[in-house]
Write a protein that binds this ligand. Structure first.
Ligand code: HEC
Ligand code: HEC
Length: 430
């Protein structure tokens, strides 16, 4: 979707960012983000799937190179999506819809399907942060009471230099827990009954503040650095090579890459430098990732026909928006393009797109350029490497809502593709 022409002057006007120390709430959020004790088996933290040195996505090279979905705290349990970067996600507005000429466009929210709307805690990333703790395929805690219990009663108190009570007042720690909660919280399938009333309310409040603290860390300059070469170039502090500048032109030109139609170069929702997404949703026709472990999970009742329902899957669950589900089926949120190639080490693999089908920027750019030009691969589940070698593309994971207007036959030359790839690499934070 085209929202507005890139306003380069406004980007230039945005003030330079300076690395700052974390304030107390951000510091608490950081401790929570790195705390593996907040998973049922004490073996997984948020950072396990969102490692800073890997651009806040998964650092597990072998998995990224294949199915791209990370096993949860409980062995054998897998979700169905690749961990996206969580950096810059804090700029996504509360999920809303715009009605224009009878068309309804959804914008904002967190998660690829927008289901962390921000309607609960006022901020999509805060609503989001409550999800992984309780997701059986992620940190798998049996109850929010367990998360609150382990934050208030850590085995090693020194891991919280700033505590929940320091930030939110001592009342937040005034919670009585049911008998035997310590043991119960070690069992992902435990039924922990908290009767409605004051105890439940206090747990809910504390769980909200835990999420808001994590959200504060996610909004901090330690996470959103705006320190890439692209940023420095907009501030006149660095130069881009001729190839990168040519890539920028391809990125912006409506009759070439047209990338900026969705990965906007305009100021972000708070007025600062571009975050490279307009927070809308689209189905690019990305092929199936045959190695996605979800195909083998009991929770998948569709077998090999399963497709990721994206925004449509979420809308289906909302009585007001269910009528729009069909048109938005398999649409995923436009991601930021920052830190695409940031890695823990030079040979750590990365997976791209919701299912990690793509492993290289070259493959992605070639796909945007030739999706509708190259023949269908003989093997409908060919990998990216196979498709690139055979100059074909497998069928989309879900065809019906695929965007045929803005990509698929961009008529870019090989040189323009290479320029574009070079330009995309200027967005890695330094
Ligand atoms: C097992 C791996 C795993 C763990 C652990 C995990 N995440 Fe994620 N994260 C994911 C996946 C996969 C997605 C995309 C899921 C979706 O869209 O449904 C995601 C999405 C996100 C997003 C949304 C990004 C966006 O663009 O909308 C944020 C923010 C985030 N995670 C933060 C966290 C926080 C905070 C924690 C800890 C409380 C956490 N994650 C724990 C895998 C993980
Ligand atoms: C119509 C909107 C739209 C346009 C135009 C567009 N993109 Fe995207 N882009 C998306 C969406 C939506 C996704 C996520 C799709 C998914 O996960 O299935 C995405 C994902 C990506 C990713 C993967 C990011 C990640 O972390 O997984 C890259 C890289 C990318 N786009 C680059 C580009 C380039 C380069 C262009 C121009 C040639 C471009 N995009 C044009 C909407 C768009």
């Amino acid at each position: 979707m085209k929202l507005a022409a890139a306003s380069f002057a406004a980007v230039l006007a945005a003030s330079a960012t300076v690395a700052a120390e974390l304030d107390p709430v951000e510091s608490l959020g950081k401790s929570l983000f790195f705390d593996a004790d907040l998973s049922v088996n004490g073996n997984q933290s948020c950072s396990s799937c969102h490692e800073p040195a890997q651009g806040f996505s998964s650092p597990m090279s072998e998995i990224n190179a294949a199915g791209s979905v990370i096993e949860g705290s409980v062995p054998g349990r897998f979700g169905n999506r690749k961990p996206p970067t969580m950096a810059y996600a804090s700029f996504s507005p509360v999920l809303s819809h715009i009605i224009d000429d009878g068309d309804v466009t959804f914008v904002g929210g967190a998660f690829l399907d927008g289901r962390a709307t921000g309607g609960k805690l006022g901020m999509p990333i805060a609503d989001q942060a409550q999800g992984p703790f309780l997701n059986p395929a992620e940190m798998a805690m049996p109850s929010s009471a367990c998360v609150v219990y382990r934050v208030l009663h850590p085995e090693d108190p020194s891991k919280f230099p700033v505590t929940l009570a320091d930030v939110w007042g001592k009342d937040v720690a005034d919670v009585t827990f049911p008998e035997g909660i310590d043991e119960a919280c070690k069992n992902p399938d435990a039924k922990i009954e908290i009767p409605e009333g004051e105890m439940a309310d206090r747990i809910e409040t504390a769980f909200g503040r835990i999420a808001l603290s994590i959200a504060a860390f996610e909004q901090s300059q330690e996470v959103n650095r705006f320190s890439s070469r692209y940023d420095k170039w907009t501030r006149g502090e660095a130069t881009l090579t001729e190839e990168e500048l040519a890539g920028l032109k391809v990125f912006e030109a409506e009759d070439k890459g047209n990338c900026a139609a969705c990965h906007v170069l305009t100021p972000n929702t708070q007025g600062g430098p571009a975050v490279l997404t307009d927070w809308t949703f689209d189905n690019l026709g990305v092929p199936k990732n045959r190695d996605n472990p979800f195909y083998q999970q009991a929770a998948n009742t569709a077998g090999k026909d399963w497709f990721d329902p994206g925004l449509g899957g979420y809308l289906e669950t909302d009585p007001v928006f269910a009528p729009y589900a069909k048109a938005n089926m398999a649409r995923q949120q436009v991601p930021t393009l920052r830190n695409l190639t940031k890695r823990t080490s030079a040979d750590t693999a990365k997976g791209f797109m919701h299912n990690g089908y793509f492993k290289t920027l070259e493959g992605i750019v070639s796909f945007y350029n030739t999706r509708d030009v190259r023949p269908a691969c003989a093997d409908p589940i060919a990998s990216e490497a196979e498709a690139m070698a055979q100059k074909c593309w497998p069928a989309p994971e879900y065809a019906e809502t695929m965007n045929k207007d803005e990509l698929g036959n961009l008529k870019m030359t090989a040189e323009e593709e290479a320029d574009l790839v070079a330009f995309l690499k200027t967005f890695d934070d330094e």
